[in-house]
Write a protein that binds this ligand. Structure first.
Ligand code: ZN
Length: 244
């Protein structure tokens, strides 16, 4: 018998134990402060060098790059290492699944990654750390080294659309999986929310692990409200044992 394909959709809640606040959520800083929101809004960023200078300073003070994976990230990587096919679809930009040891090809980042920068003109990519070193060294708005274009974090800003290739792949995984676990996501933002419904429609076992109720709880086979750092490792080891 084929091993079940386990798909995990992960949101901000899986990374709060790593000290990363939920910037984009309903109580996130971008929603409370319109000036801060401009720093992550594409048109403002492209039109205003001062917004870009402030944005790079914000990246410098951002602790996301210093954060370490927690027990939940490690448990997901451990499940994959144990031989169970695992794919992660994440709303997070922190790269902690990969840092925990999950191969990058198994992770789909719906909102991009804060660990890289991308040129808005030629799409060249590079490490965020290198761009921040240039800011540190006196370039307040470092241009692309390939073409001189405007560089930005490789995260999806307000006013940008998600990468259609990534979204299509997330949809394909969701339709193909046997177990779909939504972890630390309020399931209120598209396309993440829709994926939970698609998984259930295609016969996957839907499991919701989230502190707060979600709109999909009544469609779930199992709803877990316990802290993610302990409940997800327990759930995944239960799945691994039942699959072997
Ligand atoms: Zn360029």
């Amino acid at each position: 018998m084929n091993k079940p394909l386990v798909a995990l959709l992960t949101g901000a809640g899986i990374s709060t134990d790593s000290g990363i606040p939920d910037y984009r959520g309903p109580n996130g800083v971008w929603r409370q402060d319109p000036e801060a929101e401009k720093l992550v809004t594409y048109d403002y960023y492209m039109d205003d060098p001062e917004i870009r200078r402030r944005s790079w300073q914000l990246h410098r003070s951002n602790r996301t790059l210093l954060a370490q994976p927690n027990a939940a990230h490690r448990a997901v990587a451990g499940l994959e290492r144990s031989g169970t096919p695992v794919r992660v679809i994440t709303q997070n930009v922190d790269g902690l699944h990969q840092l925990a040891g999950l191969p990058a090809r198994k992770v789909l980042e719906l909102h991009g990654t804060a660990r890289s920068v991308i040129c808005t003109k030629c799409a060249a990519r590079g490490p965020m750390a290198d761009a921040l070193a240039r800011v540190e060294a006196g370039e307040p708005d470092p241009p692309c080294l390939e073409c001189g274009g405007i560089l930005k974090a490789a995260t999806v800003m307000f006013g940008e659309r998600l990468d259609p290739v990534v979204v299509a792949e997330a949809m394909a995984i969701t339709k193909a999986c046997t177990v779909f676990i939504a972890v630390g996501s309020s399931l209120q933002v598209q396309p993440a929310a829709g994926l939970a419904a698609v998984a259930a429609d295609h016969g996957a076992r839907l499991i919701v692990v989230n502190a707060e109720p979600t709109p999909y709880d009544d469609r779930a086979h199992e709803v877990i409200r316990e802290p993610i750092g302990t409940s997800l490792p327990a759930l995944l080891s239960r799945l691994a044992n039942s699959a072997s």
